[in-house]
Design a protein around this ligand. Structure first.
Ligand code: ASP
Length: 605
């Protein structure tokens, strides 16, 4: 028989009692995390989202409560009325904030029972993690784990801080609809069929991009929203089909003015974990980032920069017979990273690194061990003096190893960039307690898609070219000199912290003519542009102010704040990496009648 809650009220949470409460009668409610029976005494660790309090139940002192305690099992929901008592010094538990007290129960109510859990909560978080699949199916149980409770509370705090900060700067929060028309960010749309207009569809926003720009045209000046975005992207472990952004737009601004809002909002959020980010983040152009770090998301917590050896090799005697000959003849490059003090890497370690770069498309990896005498597979082609020269060019000192990749720029940079991170992880070069933000600027306006043969927007099609490149851009589109498009730089930027892209944005195009040119550049015919974005092109004709903004990924930020690399650890109800909700079993089927109403027929494969 279960007990009724009646009028009983909680007086404290399970994380709040301290020595100063000793002597008070309190009421706690929560879940039985652990129970230990010692004959006349039973101990219960009672848990709620705030923490754990030890309950002592004595058969002599409270026989009825003791009987209840004996009945209670793991994850039963109970209410305890009792007195706060100090623990004797030898039983104090330093590991929990309530560890100096316990509650001596006078009365216990069993409010609900629980089936034995499909996995042990206590074990989760240790090495014995139950499979993520099982934990996602029983998400409500996994969410009881203190770690996940803390993460979601941190997320709530972060969003609150963001709102406070944005409000303090005079931004207004405006909600934009979820049932929308396509707002492209480079992914597929999720679409929702309309019942009333058969054969027509809404699209869920990939971001509120167009609407926030329209808010600027409408004169709101400073907008923000904690916005849900939906992107039907190809599966990737750290992606979710829906996620949340702090979405921001401002009128009458240039890049620096947007940067100061990005800096301010990140500074205020990171104070939640007592981290003081710099007032001004370092700036680095996209080109500089990829040349120095092999990526536009550089992790600046350690150096190990990429060094260019192209010229040194090109001018070396014997290069023609070396393995780099063909790469260099085809306009490729030779780059290297130097790992300090690792000239003793074994054959096996080097083979592993070799395999690693191959995964990024590199044909292989070669090395120079900079010892008293250099050792290198390249010794067949170059003299020891020459190898020393290469190593010194890569800023190696005695005892270091230089790891070298040659080939096309589009392969060498990402491969070495990834190798740089891999080695930093293997060699523990990353100080987990440092936070290094950087603003990456001057992104290319377009990316060439080799498959479709089209230039695509590197950010989204509403991004403005840089003033310096505007004429160039105009010429490229008007005269159809398309290969020039690859050289146009955009007023686009990203904020990167510890190698994670945490925010991205741009100054927008605010003139119809340029917007139309941009649609043309990416291969949209005037008819298609009108059909998809006609309303927006028209809006640009009614006094659109210069404007720009950014969006910051809430999950990304929370992952850094919570110190987790798993995006699902900072979302209440995430989907699997194959886009399923295992708890609700969605996506699921719908009734035939619903499909009939929508005029939809399913064609099975
Ligand atoms: N809409 C962009 C995004 O979702 C951000 C922006 O340009 O403001 O990445």
């Amino acid at each position: 028989m279960l007990d009724l809650l009646g009028n009983l009220q909680r007086t404290h949470s399970c994380g709040s009692l301290r020595e100063e409460h000793v002597g008070q009668t309190v009421v706690l409610m929560g879940w039985v995390a652990r129970k230990r029976d010692f004959g006349v005494f039973t101990f219960i660790d009672l848990r709620d989202r705030e923490g754990i309090t030890q309950i002592v139940v004595s058969e002599d002192f409270a026989p009825e409560a003791h009987t209840k305690a004996k009945q209670a099992r793991s994850e039963y929901v109970i209410a305890v009325k009792g007195e706060v008592v100090a623990r004797s010094p030898e039983t104090v538990n330093q590991k929990i904030p309530t560890g100096k007290i316990e509650v001596l129960a006078k009365e216990i109510l069993i409010l609900n029972d629980s089936k034995p859990l499909p996995f042990e909560l206590e074990k989760v978080g240790s090495q014995n993690l139950a499979s993520e699949e099982l934990r996602l199916k029983y998400r409500y149980l996994d969410l009881r784990r203190p770690q996940l409770q803390r993460n979601l509370m941190m997320r709530a705090q972060a969003i609150k801080k963001i709102r406070e900060y944005m409000d303090s700067l005079g931004f207004i929060e405006i909600e934009t609809p979820i049932l929308l028309k396509s707002t492209p960010e480079g992914a597929r749309d999720f679409i929702v069929p309309s019942r009333i207009y058969r054969g027509k569809f809404f699209a869920l926003p990939q971001s509120p991009q167009i609407l926030k720009q329209i808010c600027m045209i409408a004169g709101f000046d400073k907008y923000y929203q904690i916005a849900r975005c939906f992107r039907d992207e190809d599966l990737r472990a750290d992606r979710q089909p829906e996620f949340t952004q702090l979405d921001v737009e401002m009128s009458f601004v240039n890049q620096e003015m947007v940067y100061s809002v990005i800096e301010g909002v990140f500074r205020s959020v990171f104070r939640l974990i007592d981290v003081e980010l710099p007032e001004k983040f370092p700036r680095m152009t996209y080109n500089e980032a990829i040349e120095r770090f092999g990526t536009d998301k550089p992790d600046l917590r350690f150096s190990m920069e990429l060094k260019d050896l192209t010229e040194s090799f090109k001018t070396a005697e014997n290069i023609a017979s070396s393995p780099f000959a063909s790469a260099l003849q085809n306009g490729g490059m030779v780059k290297a990273i130097t790992v300090k003090g690792k000239a003793d890497y074994s054959r096996k370690q080097l083979d592993e690194l070799q395999e690693f770069v191959k995964r990024y498309g590199a044909s292989g990896l070669t090395w120079i061990k900079f010892l008293e005498e250099t050792q290198s597979p390249l010794a067949k082609f170059f003299s020891p003096e020459k190898l020393t020269e290469f190593a010194e060019k890569a800023e190696a000192e005695k005892g270091d190893i230089v790891l070298i990749v040659a080939g096309k720029k589009s392969v060498v940079l990402p491969a070495l960039g990834a190798l740089r991170i891999e080695i930093a992880k293997r060699e523990n070069l990353i100080d987990k307690n440092t936070y290094k933000p950087v603003l990456i600027t001057e992104f290319p306006m377009f990316e060439y898609n080799e498959e479709s043969g089209q230039y695509e927007p590197a950010h989204h099609p509403f991004t403005s070219p840089m003033d310096e490149d505007l004429e160039f851009f105009r010429r490229a589109v008007e005269k159809d000199e398309r290969e020039l498009l690859g050289k146009v730089r955009a007023k686009a930027y990203d904020a990167v912290i510890n190698g994670y892209e945490c925010a991205g944005g741009s100054i927008r195009i605010h003139q119809r003519e340029i917007q139309e040119l941009n649609f043309k550049a990416i291969g949209l015919s005037p008819e298609v542009a009108k059909e998809r974005f006609g309303f927006f092109l028209e809006a640009l004709e009614y006094g659109a102010p210069p404007h720009g903004g950014f969006a910051a990924g809430i999950e990304r930020i929370c992952m850094i704040l919570c110190g987790t690399e798993n995006i699902r650890d900072v979302m209440a109800f995430p989907k699997t990496s194959s886009t399923q909700d295992l708890m609700m079993d969605s996506p699921g089927k719908v009734d035939e009648s619903q499909l009939d109403e929508l005029g939809i027929r399913i064609i099975s494969d």
